[in-house]
Design a protein around this ligand. Structure first.
Ligand SMILES: Cc1cc2nc3c(=O)[nH]c(=O)nc-3n(C[C@H](O)[C@H](O)[C@H](O)COP(=O)(O)O)c2cc1C
Length: 368
């Protein structure tokens, strides 16, 4: 019976335990370039079996947040190289999360351009940008531009270019961000995707076409075993309405991902965080169906996981790895603390986004 503390081999990559540090945007890079503080933050957390970085925009137009480090310039590759070297020096493993926010953005972040999406309808959501007083804050997303067919193809290519840069920067692999209402989900959701071209949402094949082209572009730039994807089937973040065929859509997609032999599928369960206990879509029965649809690669589950619930999923054979987000913010040595039964520190939400070392690199390891 595996536990969180057992090692795991992820498509040939040895992980020393089964705890994954879930991707978390921390918005501490005003010039969009990772720096020494970024490297220190990830180094402190290298005890995770696998770190998935914060969401990393694949291009300028992919960005929807102030102070987020990207992967589309040489300076960014240099910055991320410091991070991967720091994590590897501690014996850790690290994937970059490749991100395109789509319409969850603001024209002020994009030099006046409209955010790109599957649709021209504005998302009823807020993004971290400059407010009316020119101060950083959460402001409503602005009207998007519905991408042309050609722009959709180019965007898939941007993911491949960023993946290539990620490998150059020393990452062990990449995670495609297909969750939380960002661009990929804006194509998957038929109540958001109102296109009439081959990337529309009329049938399951069209609905998943863009996501699969992104995957194929990233695999071509790396290798299938170095690629994972994050999905949040029942998530509503960023104005994602529920629709009738959620399970069918995602199982169809996951079968196609299995054919491509991706390293992992990372499922994020938002129901806890959103106070929607009535939404029980991502339950054991669904995880069992995912296992059937994705028999060879790894399954990661994240969202309010604890040592107990994580071990329970591992022991039922429903998942291979367990994702922890917020506990890693305030407990850099989270795995050791869980292993020894040491107390956990609660994170301070006020320092989640923006600022410097406070609430970022100043949470100490357990002192005894
Ligand atoms: C500050 C913060 C930033 C986050 N940024 C991202 C992100 O960039 N990409 C992503 O996929 N999820 C992001 N998430 C979601 C987390 O990866 C995780 O799924 C979520 O916090 C639930 O897990 P937890 O209950 O263990 O924190 C973020 C969460 C937090 C708290």
């Amino acid at each position: 019976m595996p536990t969180l503390f057992d090692s795991y081999t992820l498509s040939g990559l040895p992980l020393r335990n089964r705890a994954v540090m879930a991707p978390m945007t921390r918005a501490r890079n005003p010039d969009a370039v990772p720096n020494d503080l970024t490297a220190q933050y990830y180094r402190q957390r290298a005890g995770a079996g696998l770190i998935v970085t914060e969401g990393v925009p694949v291009s300028e137009i992919a960005n929807g947040n102030l102070y987020v480090p990207g992967l589309y310039t040489d300076a960014q590759v240099e910055g991320w190289t410091k991070v991967t070297q720091a994590v590897h020096a501690e014996g850790g493993a690290i994937f970059a999360q490749l991100w395109h926010v789509g319409r969850a953005s603001h024209q002020n972040l994009l030099m006046g351009r409209k955010p790109h999406s599957s649709t021209a309808r504005t998302a009823q959501t807020k993004v971290f940008a400059y407010d009316l007083n020119g101060k950083p804050g959460f402001v409503p997303a602005t009207e998007p531009h519905a991408m042309t067919t050609e722009e959709v193809r180019e965007t898939a290519f941007d993911f491949g270019k960023a993946a290539h840069r990620a490998i150059k920067a020393g990452f062990d692999g990449v995670e495609i961000h297909g969750a939380n209402g960002y661009l990929l989900e804006q194509f998957l959701n038929p109540l958001v995707n109102d296109r009439t071209d081959q990337y529309g949402a009329q049938n399951l094949d069209d609905r998943v076409r863009f996501v699969l082209e992104v995957v194929d572009s990233v695999v071509a730039a790396t290798a299938a075993g170095k690629v994972g994807i994050r999905l949040s089937p029942w998530g509503r973040f960023n104005d994602m309405p529920d629709y009738a065929q959620i399970e069918d859509t995602y199982l169809h997609l996951i079968r196609k991902l299995a054919e491509r032999e991706l390293a992992y599928v990372h499922l994020m369960d938002q129901s806890n965080g959103q106070g929607r206990p009535e939404v029980d879509g991502q339950n054991a029965a669904f995880l069992a169906k995912v296992r059937e649809a994705f028999p060879k690669g790894a399954i990661i589950h994240a969202g309010a996981m604890t040592l107990e619930s994580g071990n329970d999923l591992l022991q039922q054979g429903l998942v291979d790895l367990v994702g922890f987000g917020q506990p890693f913010i305030s407990n850099p040595d989270l795995v050791q603390r869980l292993q020894h039964g040491w107390p956990l520190v609660q994170p301070d939400r006020r320092t989640y986004y923006g600022g410097g070392s406070e609430g970022y690199t100043d949470y100490p390891a357990y002192q005894g």
